[in-house]
Write a protein that binds this ligand. Structure first.
Ligand code: HEC
Length: 472
């Protein structure tokens, strides 16, 4: 799920429209000051032609890699569309681009090719920084390649909507609130989810939305969780709790409608429910009501039934409580590998038969102590295949990354998962604490490191790989 097939088409359309990546200036020959020797200088043209300018080089880059989020009313806090705005923000842009906190594309370079990749190449990163360092020259608007920035479209057809049962206002007692809501699935026949689009209602506070499929045999378990707390929904941090976590949709700032790879879809039987996990953040906005929706496009049948396959060291890390992250340690590593081809039929409820299978996308899930991680197929020796490498884990920008070409997993291969965490004193969360001893929390203080293991709480950790798979 969370494949970017549709978004990719739009982005590739954009790149095609602007004639590919912005050109890098050609280096003039060193030691020769004759302007006619500078290959960037065509004497019949503008003498400034060699310099990077906003209109010629930077605007097309921002339109292709930033402005799907940075537009007025968009998910980012400001637009990056006109020269005055961009120039005024240039120091902050330089910092974000240098540190690679922007654009928020988490997958590292050189692992594999992804659909809709909006990361900056090293040349683009350097170009943007050089332009800022060179005085952020405006240039000539007539030199701007025509780039059509199309607003993201929705689904071509909406067959079912799942909306929070009632408007919910986060309490605001801490900046983050994770709340799970159980929503009915109204279809009376088996259907396949082939696309979805999340409509966050209150964008000022909605930070993330993940939709989980609750199968008919799990409904009772989740109804009990839901009934366990007063008001609509229940508190849920790392996941929805309970026995299973099968995603059928997700949204983070900047996400648009997603279509599953052609011919594939996720089966939903009548009597199922959708569990919507909302992450609200009220650091920058006062708590106010939200009633978000996820829309689905459904099909009666698909060529290949797909399954969202979460995997982890279930027996060791969860059952065995063996994912120990000792206090004070700066780089704690746990890794796991296994061959799931003998269990597929059982774990996917019959959706995928045992044996070789195809993988279309991968995502990683950790909590806030996570620093980096990797998911790969180990085939032994040369044939190892990287699926996802996250060099700088950021809990706030989790997403799944769809491959340009699906990967084949053969019997005898191993799925490899590795997570790194920093549990040193400097990397601890700020918590509301009672510092004057009157029994009520009065200020935010950095917590002391403590031993951390697998769990659902804000100070527990996870290491989970999630893939969208079908039969071979
Ligand atoms: C997927 C959506 C998205 C894309 C693409 C994106 N941004 Fe952002 N950007 C955001 C959001 C959301 C914030 C606010 C971050 C926050 O509040 O934590 C932000 C914040 C920023 C900031 C403020 C400083 C910071 O780091 O928070 C800068 C500067 C910035 N973006 C520059 C860029 C540039 C330059 C690009 C393209 C090269 C880009 N962004 C691409 C969503 C995006």
């Amino acid at each position: 799920m969370r494949s970017r097939w549709w978004g990719a088409a739009v982005l590739m359309g954009l790149l095609a429209a602007c004639g590919g990546e912005p050109k890098e200036p050609v280096e003039p020959e060193p030691g020769n000051n004759d302007p006619n020797n500078d290959p960037n200088n065509d004497p019949n043209n503008d003498p400034n032609e060699g310099a990077l300018t906003f209109f010629k080089d930077i605007k097309p880059l921002l339109d292709a890699k930033c402005n799907q989020c940075h537009f007025d009313g968009g998910p980012a806090p400001f637009a990056l569309s006109d020269y005055a705005q961009v120039s005024a923000l240039r120091e902050s842009i330089r910092l974000a681009v240098q540190e690679r906190t922007m654009p928020p594309w988490q997958a590292g370079q050189g692992c594999t090719d992804y659909y809709g990749d909006f990361s900056l190449s090293e040349a683009e990163q350097r170009g943007l920084i050089d332009w800022i360092d060179g005085g952020a020259v405006e240039g000539d608007p007539s030199q701007s390649p025509q780039v059509e920035v199309r607003p993201p479209a929705g689904l071509s057809r909406v067959d079912l909507r799942a909306t929070l049962p009632e408007a919910y206002t986060p309490p605001g007692t801490s900046p983050d609130d994770y709340r799970c809501f159980l929503v009915d699935w109204d279809e009376v026949e088996t259907k396949y989810v082939v696309g979805y689009d999340v409509k966050p209602d209150n964008q000022a506070i909605v930070h993330h939305l993940i939709a989980y499929l609750i199968t008919p045999d799990q409904v009772q378990e989740y109804e009990a969780l839901d009934a366990g707390e007063p008001g609509a929904g229940y508190t849920c941090y790392g996941g929805p709790g309970g026995s299973r976590t099968n995603w059928i949709g997700a949204w983070a700032p900047g996400s648009s409608a997603k279509l599953m790879p052609p011919g594939t879809g996720i089966r939903v039987d009548p009597g199922s429910k959708v569990l919507i996990q909302m992450h609200y953040n009220t650091l920058a906005a006062d708590p106010s009501p939200d009633r978000s929706t996820i829309e689905f496009t459904l099909a009666d049948s698909v060529e290949k039934e797909a399954y969202i396959f979460p995997f982890t060291d279930f027996l060791g890390w969860i059952r065995g409580n063996a994912m120990i992250i000792p206090p004070g340690e700066k780089d704690v590593v746990h890794s796991y590998e296994f061959d799931p081809t003998n269990f597929l039929d059982a774990v996917t409820d019959g959706a995928i038969p045992n044996g070789a299978f195809k993988i279309y996308s991968a995502s990683l899930h950790m909590h806030t102590l996570g620093t980096s991680g990797q998911i790969a197929i180990k085939r032994g020796g040369e044939g190892d295949e990287c699926m996802l490498e996250i060099p700088r884990w950021d809990f706030n920008w989790q997403d799944s990354y769809g491959f340009m070409e699906p990967k084949t997993f053969n019997t005898g291969d191993k799925l490899f998962l590795e997570c790194h965490w920093d549990n040193s004193a400097e990397n601890q969360p700020f918590l509301r604490m009672d510092t004057d001893g009157d029994g009520t929390p009065d200020s935010f203080q950095q917590a002391e490191p403590q031993e951390v293991r697998w769990g659902e709480g804000t100070r527990d950790e996870m290491c989970l790989g999630i893939m969208y798979i079908t039969a071979q």
